[in-house]
Write a new protein. Structure first.
Length: 145
């Protein structure tokens, strides 16, 4: 028969083991075929092109599929949304890198005039062209119920 003390010891051991498992370092995320500096420059170009209204600069590093999906009309809608909800882009943090299946995901926290905006830019793992861009913030979500 298990005593209260032995049950507590077993529970404690399980908690310690769970803590060790949680503390294990996750596998390293796989990057795009670009250096961190190159990814940062592409992200900066995209963000500055939104400020300046320069569609050519905005889309210059896009893959063929992304360029086809992100027309100048779509760019103008995105630019208008960001300027109206968040303001102009000011700065960004260093990105965090993660993977979703075969995609290298770089997330930046950006300071805009009115709020912080999460900017995500994606590449194929080992690729060098932008496959997707995403913007998220409180004001953006409020404008798209």
């Amino acid at each position: 028969m298990l005593t209260r003390r032995s049950i507590n010891l077993v529970l404690f051991a399980l908690l310690v083991l769970a803590g060790v498992a949680v503390g294990c370092k996750p596998p390293t995320s796989k990057p795009a075929r670009l250096t961190d500096e190159q990814v940062n420059q592409i992200a900066e170009n995209i963000l500055q092109a939104i400020n300046s209204g320069d569609y050519v600069a905005f889309s210059k590093d896009f893959s063929d599929a992304m360029a086809k999906a992100s027309t100048e009309t779509e760019y103008n809608k995105l630019r208008s949304l960001l300027l109206n909800t968040s303001g102009r882009y000011i700065s960004k943090t260093k990105p965090t890198l993660s993977n979703i299946q075969t995609i290298a995901v770089y997330d930046y926290v950006c300071q805009f005039d009115r709020e912080k905006v999460v900017f995500r830019v994606t590449f194929q793992i080992g690729g060098n062209k932008v496959e997707g861009t995403f913007f998220d913030s409180t004001n953006i979500r409020k404008s798209n119920p």
